[in-house]
Design a protein around this ligand. Structure first.
Ligand code: EPU
Length: 340
């Protein structure tokens, strides 16, 4: 256990905040030790890749960095393969490993930052695919009982950027590994327009290979989303709002250019990036922060921004979008504060 550790290297926003205590977990047995020491009875924060959080202040609790590794074939047939992957494994490296094996299912999720253990928490998704589409189960230690448990996909209550791990099980479990089922037979998902266009630009084969699809996704992301190693950010800062169809129809009458998609059961999803751009925030910098020039939904740290500065900016954006469109944006990133 280390005292007063800077979390700057551990969050992709690059916020320079300290935590009071810091401990790295590499094996499940260490989680049991920490339970025995009572670590989880006081304030704690389990950290994966740090790619989906904003630290508002120095954290006065214990940060538990989840570094549990592992990549194992659990079962294999002619048609598919089930893998168990440690929570601390880097997501993108895992995707590339699977792409290189020709195992289909997560290639559209290439280049998403963060670790595998955090992936089911917010049901990571991109280009028409979500992790719930291939997830078999999630394995974790229940921090009060100390029991090792397995939760099947259907019991994880997955939704758009939602799961039981953000709700009922929030701060109650430490995810140790996930199991995913991938297909050995091509299983392309190319419906998302930008992928088709990019494959064409790249003169990809017809039909495209798994590697070409992964490369196309990487190229699209690189063209829009800033690299956290160059410009601190946490990907999409807000969720795309999901509203009733009637509200969407009325908005569309006022704003015919509104970007919207069907979201099931009488619901419509709006592109938050479009709303923010229309409100005039795209590429606008205030102090050390602002909305990215290529993707307004991404807030960035131009260097030296504090978490509070970025959060103030987020609130300016929320207020302004609400004033114009009557839509209250909600953060997708976890806001970490001692007061929470
Ligand atoms: N748009 C604008 N202006 C902007 C940004 C977007 O007009 O500044 C418009 C685009 O032209 C497009 C629409 O909004 O018509 C949607 O934009 P995009 O395809 O870039 O996707 P997104 O809805 O902004 C979501 C995810 C991303 C994911 C992409 C691709 C959320 C909150 N974000 O973004 O996920 O990569 O779709 O599937 O759902 C993340 O979660 O961190 C993330 C990057």
């Amino acid at each position: 256990m280390q005292q007063q550790v800077s979390l700057k290297p551990y969050n992709t926003f690059g916020i320079d905040a300290n935590c009071s205590r810091f401990v790295r977990v590499e094996e499940v047995s260490q989680v049991f030790d920490l339970i025995g020491q009572g670590v989880f009875q006081n304030d704690f924060l389990i950290l994966g890749g740090g790619s989906n959080m904003l630290l508002l202040d120095d954290y006065t609790g214990t940060v538990v960095k989840n570094n549990i590794l592992g990549f194992e074939i659990v079962s294999e047939s002619d048609t598919d393969v089930v893998l168990e992957i440690g929570a601390g494994m880097n997501w993108h490296e895992t995707v590339i490993r699977c792409v290189n094996q020709g195992w289909w299912g997560i290639e559209n999720l290439s280049l998403i930052p963060g670790n595998c253990g955090a992936a089911p928490m917010q049901n990571i998704g991109a280009y028409g695919v979500e992790i719930k589409d291939c997830l078999v189960d999630v394995r974790f230690v229940h921090l009060s009982s100390g029991s090792l448990e397995v939760l099947k996909n259907e019991d994880c209550h997955f939704g758009y950027r939602e799961s039981i791990f953000k709700k009922e099980l929030k701060n109650k479990v430490l995810i140790t590994s996930i199991r995913i089922r991938l297909s050995k037979k091509p299983n392309r998902y190319l419906e998302y327009g930008a992928i088709k266009d990019q494959l064409e630009v790249m003169s990809a084969s017809n039909p495209p290979t798994i590697k070409e699809i992964s490369d196309a996704v990487i190229a699209i992301r690189q063209s829009k989303l800033p690299d956290p190693n160059e410009l601190g950010n946490s990907g999409s800062f807000f969720k795309n709002p999901v509203i009733p169809n009637e509200q969407a129809t009325k908005l569309k009458q006022r704003f015919p250019e509104l970007r919207s998609y069907p979201a099931g059961e009488g619901k419509t999803k709006l592109a938050a990036g479009w709303l923010i751009e229309q409100a005039g925030w795209k590429g606008k910098r205030i102090g050390n922060t602002g909305c990215h020039k290529n993707q307004a939904l991404v807030l960035v740290n131009y260097g030296g921004a504090t978490g509070k500065e970025i959060w103030d900016h987020a609130n300016r954006v929320i207020e302004s979008v609400n004033e114009i469109f009557g839509i209250k944006l909600e953060p997708e990133v976890n806001i970490i504060s001692n007061e929470a």
